[in-house]
Design a protein around this ligand. Structure first.
Ligand SMILES: Nc1nc2c(ncn2[C@@H]2O[C@H](COP(=O)(O)OP(=O)(O)OP(=O)(O)O)[C@@H](O)[C@H]2O)c(=O)[nH]1
Ligand SMILES: [Mg+2]
Length: 328
């Protein structure tokens, strides 16, 4: 590891002590795709955290719910990490995102760690950084890792792929928007939370959701529906109980292992793509070919295919050629 990488990365012991400054530095290194991040993650190792995603439309009350969940979990002495991920915002950790996180009363609790993450246009994207961040916080020893993410689109579905259980928070009066939820999130929802059940139309929303679930795939576990009034702390125990039932089902059905395997597959695939992109940026002749292709106004698909082939072939003969020749 180079000296500069060591400077940016925190000591592993401090990450394992869940020291907030060390966690902050580690997560920044993951976000900026620091070359030493793989080593850090390996050194931190695996954990046994419950990985839960909380997603849903803007303003549904996700942060308020997370705040209450933290409160209940802390009462039983459990340590909680929260990643507030915003695929719609290019800013990270700033005031804009801070406004979306309503967990201020927990900021001074050493058993709670809260961190915002946003797009930043990083290579590998937000989903990759989130997967790594969840792994790090899990390995650091938190009992629960909660990922709050806004929206119901593909970015959020990718982000939420970093967790084992997904709770979709909705609210009364969305009307036709139920259709939008159906399209994006039906496949990933393990639990529906109808928050703001103090508002008119909560029962109707529940019936609509039930109807939607009736039409859903039959081979999976039917998601439970829980009604909450998060800002008054109503229904929080029910949410925790439903999460516990889902966790038990994951374990007993073998789905837990399958999901973790799928997560690993997605993670490795994404890292291969990141690796090739990094190779491309480092490789002078690939950069030269890129310049030439641009200069010549070459067809982008043809140029990309040629440069990729040269890049991968060039690497094979540089360090793996002799070994693979011997095998033949
Ligand atoms: N009436 C009512 N208001 C609620 C309830 N839960 C939360 N709120 C309010 O709804 C607003 C939005 O809550 P948030 O928790 O910030 O919602 P969010 O889903 O995290 O919002 P974004 O992160 O911006 O997408 C706040 O003003 C909350 O006080 C509820 O059960 N009933
Ligand atoms: Mg929020």
């Amino acid at each position: 590891m180079t000296a500069s990488a060591t400077d940016r990365l925190p000591p592993v012991e401090r990450v394992l002590q869940r020291d907030p400054r060390a966690l902050g530095r580690a997560l920044s290194a993951l976000e900026s795709r620091d070359p030493g991040r793989g080593e850090l993650l390996r050194a931190v190792g695996g954990g046994r955290a419950r990985r839960v995603g909380i997603t849903g439309p803007p303003g549904a009350g996700k942060s308020t719910l997370v705040d209450r969940l933290i409160g209940s979990l802390r009462e039983t002495g459990l340590e909680v990490a929260v990643l507030a991920v915003d695929p719609t915002s290019p800013y990270s950790g700033g005031a804009i995102l801070g406004d979306r996180v309503r967990m201020h009363r927990h900021y001074t609790d050493p058993g709670v760690y809260i961190r915002s993450m946003a797009t930043r246009g990083a290579m590998g994207g937000l989903a990759g950084a989130t997967r790594d961040a969840v792994a790090l916080l899990d390995g650091a020893g938190f009992d629960w890792v909660l990922v709050e993410t806004v929206g119901v689109g593909q970015d959020e579905v990718d982000v939420i792929g970093a967790v084992d259980t997904v709770a979709v928070v909705t609210l009364p009066g969305l009307g036709d928007d139920i259709q939008a939820i159906k399209a994006g999130v039906l496949e990933v929802a393990d639990l529906f939370v109808i928050n703001k059940s103090d508002l008119e139309g909560a029962e109707r929303t529940r019936r609509d959701l039930e109807t939607m679930l009736d039409m859903g795939p039959r081979d999976q576990r039917r998601p439970e529906i829980v009604m909450t009034v998060a800002h008054r702390g109503e229904g929080i125990d029910e949410v925790l109980a439903a999460l516990a039932r889902h966790h038990d089902w994951l374990r007993e059905s073998g789905t837990f292992t399958l999901r973790r395997r799928e997560q690993l597959r997605v993670r490795v695939e994404a890292l291969v793509v990141e690796e090739i992109a990094a190779m491309m940026r480092r490789d002078e002749s690939a950069q030269g070919e890129l310049d030439e292709a641009v200069e010549a106004g070459e067809d982008p698909y043809a140029a990309a295919r040629r440069i990729t082939a040269a890049l991968l072939h060039g690497r094979k003969t540089a360090d793996g050629g002799a070994a693979s020749d011997q095998k033949r």
